[in-house]
Design a protein around this ligand. Sequence first.
Ligand SMILES: NC(=O)c1ccc[n+]([C@@H]2O[C@H](COP(=O)([O-])OP(=O)(O)OC[C@H]3O[C@@H](n4cnc5c(N)ncnc54)[C@H](O)[C@@H]3O)[C@@H](O)[C@H]2O)c1
Length: 374
Amino acid sequence: MTEPPVKVGVIGCGHISGTYVSVMKTFGILDVAACADLDLARARARAAEFGVPRACRVEELLADPAIQIVVNLTIPRAHGEVALAALEAGKCVYNEKPLAVSRAEGHRLVEMARQRGLLVGCAPDTFLGAGLQTCRKVIDDGQIGEPVAATAFMMSHGHETWHPDPAFYYQPGGGPMFDMGPYYLTALVSLIGPVRRVTGATRITFPERTITSQPHYGETIAVKTATHVAGLMDFANGAIGTIITTFDVWASSLPPIEIYGTQGSLSVPDPNGFGGPVRVQRLGELGAWREVPLTHAYRGNRGIGVADMAYALRARRLPRASGEIAYHVLDVMQAFEDSSREGRHIELTSTCRRPAPLPLGDTEKGLGRHGSSN
Ligand SMILES: NC(=O)c1ccc[n+]([C@@H]2O[C@H](COP(=O)([O-])OP(=O)(O)OC[C@H]3O[C@@H](n4cnc5c(N)ncnc54)[C@H](O)[C@@H]3O)[C@@H](O)[C@H]2O)c1
């Protein structure tokens, strides 16, 4: 007899929730059973839009014994509180990034889940996409030799021109590193492994931002978090990474991620997406990038990490987009700020295992077939 799908409840029915609900509905393992929001009208609107059977208040969703995984799509400063409430209610939880806005909160989450035998997962899941999985295979197959160094650049001028409610991007837990850093850092950890030591320099360039999107057009935001973050990372395997994330730059032509190996270089696609292109230059063929055909299938959108977590729950394995990795990424992000403020290198206390690569072939079958994440 086939097992019934895993019932999922969504908390936080804002901008990104539509993407999640529509993608989660494409995975056979997931049954999106309910959605909730502080603003019940938003939950009702999402439920109606996607045919989710129940829209309710957060407490009602948490009290529903049928819900096994809570997908927490609230704003960053609510991630910790909502996730702890979900764990207290006996549910596994998958957070949008960042895992939490402080190490203490992130640690509490991961510890409580461990003690209660529950799973914590966390976005981003873009490293499960065809582009980044192909990069993983290029590296694991030794096509560029041993990774020596990496660069990662997220150059932009912020989100107040398009996001309907952009204030949170300029509060602690927002900023370019906490907002976009998880994509770049999770990709690097998946490709190279954990980080050992961090050095950073940060600044706030524009202390006030003016919103030019609707419905808050013309309102100003007082900036309370660094908006330009430059960092160095010594990876545990000896590779050295350089990263810049910024909301202070109008134009740039720097590539999102490159990885430099002893035998060649790898050009990694935008880690905020699931596709390619993946390009390499190897010794003996230097001078022009060669595009590598994608080896993996998934070119969908956010939600594959939740599906992997549902299979992990069934198989009693770790999810690939795990709390362990997300906590390590949070530790790295926080360490850039600590290093800049304290004027010293920061030796990290956290580490993580590289998530297991996805098997080749059909994505959902692969998630179900693969019994271990490490
Ligand atoms: N917007 C994007 O393109 C995007 C992309 C990827 C990831 N994310 C991440 O997704 C998360 C949500 O982003 P968004 O753009 O959808 O934000 P949003 O402001 O559009 O939506 C957040 C929703 O959460 C609700 N909420 C806030 N606190 C809550 C609480 N304590 N309990 C219940 N509901 C609560 C709000 O009422 C709102 O409806 C953020 O962590 C963001 O970093 C956003």
